[in-house]
Design a protein around this ligand. Structure first.
Ligand code: ZN
Length: 308
């Protein structure tokens, strides 16, 4: 029988356009009075206290902490939570998040009576894992799949083809998955339909990109203005980085050619490609946007992309 009453969602108070209604932290009762916390969340005392309180109210001792990836809305609370609970922090072997134990990729994370499959899931970041818990038949997907909307894939931390391969793997290797518990947004109650939707979204976007390139050589700002004409301009910097991720893949596969444009960026191009977040949002959101959109990696030179 599928049961998921052993899983508690504790949502962090960090709602924003990037984090939707806030980061989803999960407290998983692993039996024997112990619990695993997946994605402790942003550095926020109230949230750490809420996690400890959620465990206490269920008579559970936090015995392990796992982070899906190192972004500032998922991982930084691991340190204070580890201090308070004494639990070790588990992360991807390549993660820069300070951690006590490497997650065994394609192996199992064992906590109490629970064994979760650890799936190496590069794409959103190179240090991303997805966890599968088979009692609830649920995938804990972090920022690989969200409860609503789509995920940002932004170089240099993110990469499109690894991301698409991760999605293919999830659909192929977890046909029994019933639900998805993502890092943001609501519970997804039809896992396979959601993964299929995500796969289709990426290939549709790429088809649209190649179709737009049939008009002739274009830069990313020109491509964004055409492909995302209906999208609010505030979202164009994110759109530009998504296209960059597709274009990097297409260029490396030889399906698209790239030649540098020998002129400086205009102010509009600069604002789209290298937005100065700190001038219009608070410092914490600026830091998150830099990480999620990869804009700490500056695009200094415009390229013209074309079909060979
Ligand atoms: Zn993220």
């Amino acid at each position: 029988m599928v049961s998921d009453s052993h899983i508690t969602l504790v949502r962090a108070p960090n709602a924003s356009p990037m984090t939707l209604s806030g980061t989803n932290s999960y407290l998983v009762d692993s039996g024997g009075g112990e619990a695993l916390v997946i994605d402790p969340g942003p550095l926020d005392e109230r949230h750490v206290a809420a996690l400890i309180d959620a465990a206490r109210r269920r008579d559970l001792r936090i015995a392990a902490i796992a982070v899906t990836h190192g972004h500032p809305d998922h991982a930084p609370a691991a340190a204070p939570l580890a201090r308070e609970s004494g639990a070790p922090v588990h992360a991807h072997p390549r993660s820069a998040v300070p951690h006590d134990r490497d997650l065994p990729l394609d192996g199992e994370l064992r906590v109490g009576e629970l064994a979760l499959r650890v799936i190496d899931a590069p794409g959103h970041t190179f240090d991303h894992v997805v966890l599968y818990e088979d009692r609830a038949r649920t995938l804990f997907t972090g920022d690989t799949i969200l409860g609503e909307g789509s995920v940002v894939i932004a170089p240099p931390g993110g990469a499109m083809r690894p991301y698409q391969r991760t999605l293919e793997r999830l659909t192929r290797e977890f046909p029994d998955a019933r639900t998805i518990r993502g890092g943001h947004g609501p519970l997804v109650d039809d896992a396979q339909a959601k993964i299929a939707e995500y796969i289709a979204h990426r290939s549709e976007r790429e088809r649209q990109l190649v179709e737009t390139l049939e008009r002739g050589p274009q830069s990313i700002p020109e491509l964004v203005a055409r492909i995302y004409a209906e999208t609010p301009k505030a979202l164009w910097p994110a759109a530009a980085r998504q296209l960059l991720a597709h274009l990097e893949a297409l260029v490396s596969e030889g399906s698209v050619a790239m030649t540098p444009l020998e002129r400086p960026l205009t102010p509009d191009e600069q604002a789209m490609l290298n937005p100065a977040w700190a001038t219009f949002v608070d410092a914490r959101l600026a830091e998150l946007l830099e990480a999620e959109l990869g804009t700490e990696y500056r695009i200094e030179r415009l390229q013209l992309y074309s079909l060979p």
